[in-house]
Design a protein around this ligand. Structure first.
Ligand code: DMJ
Length: 637
């Protein structure tokens, strides 16, 4: 038909029959659709794509709930892995559906509720210019002020030497031997990573190769950055120097990939900050400020609540495909405060602090059901999206960062303190339960209905409640310490009731279960640290020898079931005496699990808690003593 309309050309003149014309047209239109469609699968950086797809487009997300999500986790060998404290969610591959927007007609139909929330206000890309301005401003700030920050001045404000009098060496020989064993485990994990996966993100110890994954937006060397401080405090200096050299020469921050804001913050920003504060090496400061700036555009949303995923090159951000209705996750946007305050300190740029204070303000103001903080919040409207509350995955480290913000502020951040203790009160009233067998646990809350399950991730709360006990209302102090001990005991039970003496990903207290996993999909252990983390804090707070014993049980179990010829691996079923390995040595095993074990068998003056607060990836950050810092010439930000 088209041909007939072309001047001077008749269809018959071309010698085509009607059916042939039809087939030809069909082929032509198919070809055009194919070429155009292919544009969407090109990487962001490809020029053609940038020309064809206008800047106003907003990549969308697909709807998903954490329920749907957890269904995807089990059996997905790629992701019997990782994970946020911030989420069962992050247990899954970074999965962002990038469907095109409004301008491409029919495709809008495919979009989800979540993406609509984004598109309505066209937040992400429409605000890109602002993001760029911020980076420029920030860079200018850096030039002027970063140099004003003096490491020597900072050191004068520590109450005690960071590594203690004698690097925390314990005086009794058994503890010393145990500590040496942990150090050997670290060296073994590191050497194998170095041999088979150097420069990649994590080691696959069975196949003896590296894993890059897609949580870090093209950044590499997650295990290196996560290990810097552990190597340093263990006195593995040769290894530390190799790691530092890699950061200096190979940590390339010019990346155009899509990263989890939370994971990059806790592992890379946290790791580099700690490395800087422990060693004073300028390279870490330079890298961390540069990286911090790349995260700022994630905050360009109508509310300032960042989205979960950011393209580190373009600054475009998205919500997770699985997050309910385009929402942001409490444990993700609530786990930035500690690092961002330090980024402001080091760079002299107040923007980092402003961003996290804005999150704080919104959370403080918003109405909370029964005083609880649900896990999903819309970055567009600033309202809760669902009423699921958990001190485990999706919620956890938000609470952790409240009390740690208070402690890191030299106990001056009264707002954080108030929010923490009110949240604790609501959690105790609504979530804390006692099992028929007398075990204390923290259940999950779904719109008023309790789910009698506790995730491995939630086991960090023993330590958190412990470190918060002393600053609670006077009449509650002993109670909080007791509660911390009870929760830690329950988590230890989840380990001791398994064949391997390692704990499952989630355990339940219903249908006759007491601290055991009832679902096949909850039986795995991926070298997580939370239970050991609580042992370490409880040891420091009480010096009850049982915590060291429990830590040693964990070392023996790790050695027996997780150590393989070329590293450490997670296991698929903690109840099976013949284990099946998941082929992944998580970077948090080096940064957290082994560090907490090492600290457990060290004297308390190695990273004393008066001076250091651990971020959620176990990277120690110093208490900010503003007056002291200023007196010694460090500018206040
Ligand atoms: C770590 O990356 C951090 O502890 C995070 O807060 C939660 N998940 C893992 C360890 O399990």
């Amino acid at each position: 038909m088209v041909f007939r309309k072309l001047p001077g050309v008749s269809a018959s003149g071309m010698g085509l029959r009607l059916s042939q014309k039809f087939v030809f047209l069909l082929f032509l239109s198919g070809l055009v659709t194919l070429c155009f469609g292919a544009l969407f699968f090109l990487p962001d950086s490809v020029r053609l794509k940038r020309i064809f797809l206008s800047k106003n487009e907003n990549p969308a997300v697909t709807v998903g709930s954490d329920n749907e999500l957890s269904k995807k986790v089990p059996g997905d060998p790629e992701h019997l892995r990782a994970g946020l404290k911030g989420g069962e969610g992050a247990n899954v591959k970074l999965k962002v559906s990038r469907k095109p927007s409004v301008t491409h007609g029919a495709r809008t139909v495919e979009r989800s509720v979540g993406s609509r929330a984004q598109d309505e206000r066209s937040p992400a890309r429409a605000q890109e210019p602002a993001a760029r301005d911020e980076r420029v401003t920030s860079a200018a700030h850096n030039g002027e002020r970063a140099s004003a920050y003096s490491y020597e001045a900072f050191k004068k404000c520590l109450l005690k030497p960071a590594l203690g009098k004698n690097k925390g060496t314990p005086s009794d020989s058994e503890t010393l031997q145990r500590r040496e064993k942990v150090k050997e485990m670290m060296k073994f994990a590191w050497d194998n990573y170095k041999r088979y996966a150097w420069g990649q993100n994590e080691l696959r110890p069975l196949t003896r190769n590296g894993h890059i994954g897609n949580m870090f937006g093209g950044l590499r060397g997650a295990s290196i950055v996560d290990s810097l401080d552990t190597l340093y405090i263990m006195g593995l200096m040769e290894e530390y120097e190799e790691a530092k050299e890699w950061v200096q020469n190979n940590l390339n921050l010019i990346s155009n990939g899509e990263a989890s804001l939370f994971e990059v913050n806790i592992r890379y920003v946290g790791g580099l900050l700690s490395a800087y504060y422990l060693t004073g090496a300028e390279i870490f400061k330079q890298k961390v400020v540069e990286l911090g700036e790349k995260l700022l555009p994630a905050f360009n949303t109508p509310t300032g609540i960042p989205r979960g995923v950011i393209n580190l090159g373009s600054g475009t951000s998205w919500s997770w495909g699985w997050a309910s209705a385009g929402s942001s996750i409490l444990a993700e946007f609530g786990t930035l405060h500690l690092e961002f305050l330090h980024l402001s300190q080091l760079s002299g740029n107040p923007l980092f602090t402003e961003k996290v204070m804005n999150i704080r303000k919104l959370l403080n103001k918003i109405e909370k059901p029964h005083g609880l903080y649900p896990n999903f919040l819309s970055p567009v409207s600033g309202n809760w999206v669902q009423h699921h509350v958990s001190i485990g995955g999706l919620g956890d480290s938000f609470y952790e960062y409240l009390i740690k913000s208070y402690l890191m502020s030299d106990k001056t951040d009264q707002e954080a303190k108030k929010m923490y203790y009110s949240a604790m009160e609501a959690i105790e009233t609504n979530l804390v339960q006692k099992s028929p067998g007398g075990l204390t646990y923290v259940a999950e809350w779904r719109g008023g209905i309790l789910d009698h399950k506790m995730g491995h991730l939630a086991c960090f709360s023993g330590g958190m409640i412990g470190i918060g006990a002393d600053d609670g209302p006077t009449e509650q102090r002993q109670h909080y310490l007791d509660l911390a001990a009870e929760i830690t005991h329950t988590c230890h039970e989840s380990y001791s009731r398994s064949a391997t003496k390692l704990g499952p990903e989630a355990f339940r207290f219903d249908a006759g279960a007491e601290a055991t996993a009832t679902r096949l999909s909850d039986r795995y252990y991926i070298l997580r640290p939370e239970v050991i983390e609580s042992y370490m804090y409880m040891w420091r707070l009480t010096h009850d020898p049982k915590y060291r014993e429990w830590g040693w049980e964990a070392v023996e179990a790790l050695e027996k079931h997780c150590r393989v010829d070329a590293g450490f691996s997670g296991i698929r079923d903690v109840y099976a005496s013949t284990v099946s390995h998941d082929n992944m040595q998580q970077s948090f095993f080096l940064s957290e699990t082994l560090k907490y074990l090492y600290l457990l068998f060290s004297d308390d003056d190695l990273l004393p808690l008066e001076d250091w607060v651990f971020n959620t990836e176990a990277h120690p950050l110093p208490v900010i003593r503003k007056t002291c810092l200023q007196e010694h010439g460090n500018p206040l930000v």
